[in-house]
Design a protein around this ligand. Structure first.
Ligand SMILES: Cc1cc2nc3c(=O)[nH]c(=O)nc-3n(C[C@H](O)[C@H](O)[C@H](O)COP(=O)(O)O)c2cc1C
Length: 207
């Protein structure tokens, strides 16, 4: 299973942590979801770098079973399929209704109701939600250090919840036992934020 993977074994000095905790915390505090992007695509080399961050994620029973899809040319086709699946919930979710109107060219939408200005999306698949989300979070953080940004899409995930078999047909390369647990729209930010959103008090219970 791990044949030819020796180049991914990292030697390091356990006494040296190559990052300063205060700076790292400040970086985490400054993170904002990015929905407004420049008209510039992320290239393959940059994506490869991002996936390096994912390779080193922990996974349950060291399964290392997370698979990714980068949607670019096929993003439109995928979003049409996603709408076709999730439209059963359009009376429940206004955003899905808007998505349908947008796709049919109805209404006066300046931006895509699900993608905003995004044109590239990373999907992560795994048998375990935790494995997929942990792996994607790592590449997300690395992305921010590289001047990239993005946001997670809740409604895209509904396509797997409501129509896993149809997704499987769209992604024959992915093991059909795996589910899509994160959908992250990514790109070069067109805006820079000066502050974070208000955050609720976090409940931590020490027992
Ligand atoms: C699981 C998940 C799903 C999300 N879904 C959407 C979404 O469908 N559309 C969207 O614009 N933002 C989405 N977001 C982004 C949140 O709205 C955002 O994190 C929140 O408003 C706080 O803003 P911040 O990320 O800039 O701190 C999602 C975030 C998470 C973690």
């Amino acid at each position: 299973m791990f044949e030819n993977q020796s180049e991914r074994v990292e030697d390091y000095n356990p006494r040296e942590i190559p990052i300063i905790s205060e700076e790292f915390l400040q970086f985490l505090k400054q993170r904002r979801s990015i929905r407004w992007f420049k008209n510039k695509k992320i290239d393959k080399e940059t994506f490869d770098k991002l996936f390096e961050a994912a390779y080193y994620s922990p996974s349950a029973q060291n399964a290392q079973d997370v698979e990714f899809v980068v949607l670019d040319e096929k993003l439109d086709d995928f979003m049409h399929l996603a709408y076709d699946i999730i439209k059963v919930e359009e009376d429940e979710f206004f955003r899905i209704k808007q998505f349908g109107e947008y796709l049919r060219g109805e209404g006066d939408y300046k931006n895509h109701p699900l993608l905003w200005e995004g044109s590239q999306m990373i999907l992560s698949f795994s048998k375990s939600p935790a494995n997929a989300i942990i792996a994607n979070t790592r590449l997300e953080l690395l992305a921010y250090t590289m001047g990239l940004g993005g946001f997670y899409s809740l409604f895209t995930l509904k396509a797997d919840e409501l129509g896993h078999d149809r997704l499987t047909e769209f992604f024959p390369e992915i093991d059909s036992d795996k589910h899509m647990y994160s959908a992250f729209i990514i790109g070069y930010p067109r805006v820079k934020y000066r502050r974070t959103v208000p955050h609720k008090k976090i409940n931590v219970h020490f027992k």
